[in-house]
Ligand binder design. Structure first.
Ligand SMILES: [Zn+2]
Length: 346
């Protein structure tokens, strides 16, 4: 088969489109003919190299996969058939530890992500555990590109807002840096939960598009570096109930200052760097909660995908490129030029 691989960590130039051995199907595994694979920021981090993460080279990136079932190994039970349209749950866990038994797979010590800890979907085919294969129901109108854009971002945003930040109707939510996949998923989830949403971006064009998707107010944080002051005046000096911040260092302190008393800041990443300042006085006096969140559980993914299949939540695709042009796709994502997901077609 063809795959886009890298033999060493580095810039987008290390990505090579080349021949790679076809995967074996194996016991309780399913061979999926990949039709689309969506990019995540994770792909950039893994390509550059993550301290402590040792990969078997060459590595294949790609966590968000849509395709059709091509072959099933022995021991695959009911629910799947050849030719069926599917997406893949990117999470892998031991299945037996206290967290897995509790249904909290993303807390498992052996938790791994397709495309990060295991070879992923920048390829013609992939062999994955049958339990990770999720059928796309026939009533869904999504094409392969939209389906591939769904799992990781919607799973991540759902866990952040629903189980972690306990969003409820009437809440006000501030989303930092609209335009990325998780932020756009969070905007849509907050809207269907009945919340009012304020978004920030350095691009007026992205703010415009976010208003079309249901955001109430857009704040340009380039013209308005003290965006927390703007948030306070927009909320009658109350502040918001929830802040979704995956930027980290650059915005952390202002994100905390944007919260109302008893507010919750939820983070799933730190794209600007991890060493942020926290004013502890602010945390105890305003009784704030700082919540960390990573990916989601198997059941959370299936829960949020129901809303994707029935059209209540819509994966936003920025553009689609051939798999052989993964390098260009990485360059676009590094510049942050996209609004929605970049998708590759093998
Ligand atoms: Zn486990």
């Amino acid at each position: 088969m063809k795959a886009t691989v890298f033999h060493e960590h580095g810039t987008p130039d290390v990505l090579k489109y080349e021949d790679f051995p076809d995967p074996d199907v194996g016991m309780k595994k399913v061979l999926v003919d990949i039709k689309a694979v969506a990019l995540n920021h994770l792909d950039l981090f893994v390509r550059r190299g993550i301290p402590g993460l040792k990969l078997e080279m060459p590595h294949i990136l790609g966590s968000d996969i849509a395709g059709v079932v091509k072959e099933m190994g022995d021991g695959v039970s009911a629910g799947l058939e050849i030719g069926q349209k599917v997406v893949i749950d990117p999470g892998g866990s031991c299945g037996v530890c206290e967290y897995c038994v509790r249904g909290e797979e993303s807390l498992c010590a052996d938790y791994g992500i397709l495309g990060e800890h295991y070879r992923g979907g920048y390829a013609d085919f992939i062999s994955v555990d049958a339990q990770n294969v999720i059928p796309v129901p026939e009533y869904s109108e999504l094409d392969f590109n939209q389906a591939a854009a769904a799992p990781l971002t919607f799973m991540t945003a759902w866990r952040m807002l629903v189980p972690k930040a306990r969003i409820k109707p009437g809440d006000s939510v501030l989303i930092i840096g609209i335009g990325g996949g998780v932020a756009l998923a969070a905007l849509q989830i907050a809207k269907i939960a009945g919340a009012q949403v304020i978004v920030t971006s350095s691009s007026d064009e992205k703010l415009e598009k976010a208003l079309e998707l249901g955001a109430s107010i857009g704040v340009n944080h380039s013209n308005n570096p003290d965006f927390h002051k703007e948030v306070f005046s927009l909320t009658n000096r109350r502040g918001v109930d929830i802040v979704v911040d995956s930027v980290g260092e650059a915005t952390w302190e202002k994100s905390l200052r944007s919260l109302t008393k008893g507010g919750r800041l939820v983070t799933c990443g730190a794209t600007s760097g991890p060493k942020a300042m926290t004013n502890v006085n602010l945390v105890f006096w305003k009784q704030l909660e700082i919540l960390g969140s990573t990916m989601g559980s198997r059941s959370e993914l299936r829960e949020v995908l129901k809303l994707v299949w029935n059209g209540k939540l819509k994966p936003i695709v920025d553009r689609v490129l051939p798999l052989s042009e993964a390098k260009q796709a990485h360059e676009i994502l590094e510049k942050g030029e996209q609004f929605g997901k970049l998708v590759l077609n093998p």
